[in-house]
Ligand binder design. Structure first.
Ligand SMILES: [Zn+2]
Length: 276
C-alpha cells in the first residue's frame, strides 16, 4: 500500500466528508495496521472518507518522527521556527492540510509506549457528539489552547471536529482492537456506514490547564508518574535546574517525562470536570 497518497473511498449516496489518519507518529503502529487491514475491502455507503498515513517516512523507519514532530506542524506559520519549516514533517503537513480542508471531521489514531497506559479521547466539547460513540470512557479537552499544532487542532481551527484517540499501550493487543473499533464507530457516527450506533458513556471528563515547558536543560521528575495519576496541590512534580516545580491545585498528570532541553514539554496538568 502506497502510504504517501491519500486514499479516497466514496459512497453511492451523497453525504459528509471525513478524514481518518494513522501513523501521525510513525511508531504508533496500531492505527497503521488497522488501515492496512481494512482499506482493501472497505465499503462506504454515504459521503466520502479520506484515509491517510500521517508520516510515511517515520512509519517506514518505525520512529515517532524524522525531523520534527508532525503533530506540532499545524500551528500558525508565525509560531514555527525556520528549522521546523525546513523539515520533512512541515512539508508533509502542508500536503495533509489540503485534505483536512476538504473534510469537516477528523479521527487521528494514536497510542502509547508506556505500559498500562489508559486509553482516552482528546477532543474539544463541540466534538462530543461524535466522540460519544467512540469506545472510550475518558475525554481530555483543553489541548488546543495549551498545545496548538496537532491535526485535531487544525481541524477545529477550520471549523470542523478534530478527534484524537489514544488507544493505550502498544504492547497490549487491545490497542489494535480499540483502533479498529474507533475507526468503525467514527464511520457509523458520521453516517458513512450503517450499523448500530452504541453510545459509550464518558465517565471521566478532564480539562487540561497547564503544559509545563522546561526552563533549563535538566528537568527531572520527582518520581515516575503514570498518566492520569492524581497530584495534590503543592506536590512537587519535578526539579527544573534547581527549582522545585509544584502543582498549583489538585490535578491529574499526563505525559510526564525527564527532559534534557530547555523549552521542552515536560508534563501536562488537567483538572477533573466530572468523574473524579
Ligand atoms: Zn501519538
Amino acid at each position: 500500500m502506497n502510504k504517501e497518497e491519500i486514499i479516497k473511498i466514496s459512497g453511492e449516496e451523497k453525504g459528509p466528508v471525513s478524514i481518518i489518519l494513522a501513523g501521525t507518529h510513525g511508531d504508533e503502529v496500531c492505527g497503521v495496521e488497522i488501515l492496512e487491514k481494512i482499506l482493501p475491502s472497505l465499503k462506504i455507503e454515504k459521503g466520502e472518507v479520506l484515509f491517510g498515513f500521517g508520516n510515511p517516512l517515520a512509519i517506514e523507519k518505525k520512529e515517532r518522527f524524522v525531523e520534527a514532530n508532525l503533530n506540532r506542524m499545524f500551528k500558525d506559520e508565525s509560531l514555527l521556527s525556520e528549522e521546523e519549516k525546513s523539515s520533512y514533517e512541515y512539508r508533509r503537513a502542508q500536503f495533509l492540510k489540503k485534505y483536512l480542508d476538504r473534510a469537516d471531521a477528523l479521527l487521528d489514531v494514536h497510542a502509547s509506549f508506556v505500559a498500562e497506559s489508559e486509553a482516552f479521547i482528546i477532543c474539544e466539547p463541540h466534538s462530543l457528539k461524535i466522540a460519544d460513540y467512540l469506545p472510550f470512557n475518558t475525554v481530555l479537552s483543553g489541548l488546543d489552547e495549551l498545545q496548538p499544532g496537532g491535526t485535531d487542532y487544525y481541524m477545529n481551527k477550520i471549523g470542523g471536529s478534530g478527534i484524537c484517540v489514544e488507544c493505550g499501550f502498544l504492547g497490549d493487543p487491545l490497542s489494535v482492537q480499540r483502533a479498529e473499533k474507533s475507526v468503525f464507530s467514527f464511520l457509523a457516527a458520521r453516517g458513512h456506514i450503517s450499523g448500530v450506533l452504541e453510545p459509550c458513556a464518558k465517565s471521566k471528563i478532564l480539562k487540561a490547564y497547564k503544559l509545563y515547558f522546561t526552563k533549563t536543560d535538566k528537568f527531572r521528575l520527582a518520581k515516575p508518574f503514570k498518566d492520569f495519576e492524581k497530584i495534590a496541590a503543592g506536590q512537587v512534580v519535578g526539579i527544573d535546574g534547581k527549582e522545585e516545580i509544584k502543582a498549583q491545585k489538585d490535578s491529574i498528570i499526563l505525559f510526564a517525562r525527564d527532559r534534557d532541553q530547555s523549552n521542552d514539554e515536560a508534563f501536562l496538568l488537567a483538572e477533573i470536570l466530572t468523574g473524579g
